[in-house]
Design a protein around this ligand. Sequence first.
Ligand code: APR
Length: 167
Amino acid sequence: MTVIEVVLGDITAEDVAAIVTAANESLLGGGGVDGAIHRAAGPELARAGGAIAPCDPGDAKATPAFDLDPPVRHVIHTVGPVWEGGTYGEDDTLASCYRRCLEVADELGAAEVAFPAIATGVYGFPPERAARIAVATIRSTPTRVHRVRLVAFDAAARDLLLDALNG
Ligand code: APR
């Protein structure tokens, strides 16, 4: 049974085995949460990401966490959908991000994983809809991950995740 927690904070401060970054297909880093994680992990992260790029939207690929503090050992890079109004399979691509990250975490033997609100920033995915997809997908994906932390960067995002979790 996977425990799902909602927390407010900076994902780079999470004490879990693997943290997920909302990347772009190059895996070279960017702004938002990807920028924060690359700054914390150091330049090796972009080199390792570039070596296994591209990452398709909906897929997930792992690298070491480099300069991120223990117990973080892995960064799982996933590429969310750019929101284009909802009729281009965006929901399915976002669900695939969460599913693939859990599969990769299982391959890594990571028992605890922290996720940001994938695609809800630059990519413009409606946060309430994304929160519902995140919770539903995690609940319906068989995985050995026993704790998932959904990290909100602001109180509004936290409240939407809590509504999705307790709704
Ligand atoms: N910790 C946790 N969450 C964060 C942090 C942080 N340090 N910084 C930002 N966030 C949140 C944002 O508030 C948003 O809710 O992460 C969520 C995802 O937003 P983005 O980082 O903009 O990611 P996304 O919408 O998936 O766009 C990805 O942006 O940074 C580039 O390289 C990235 O091209 C890719 C695109």
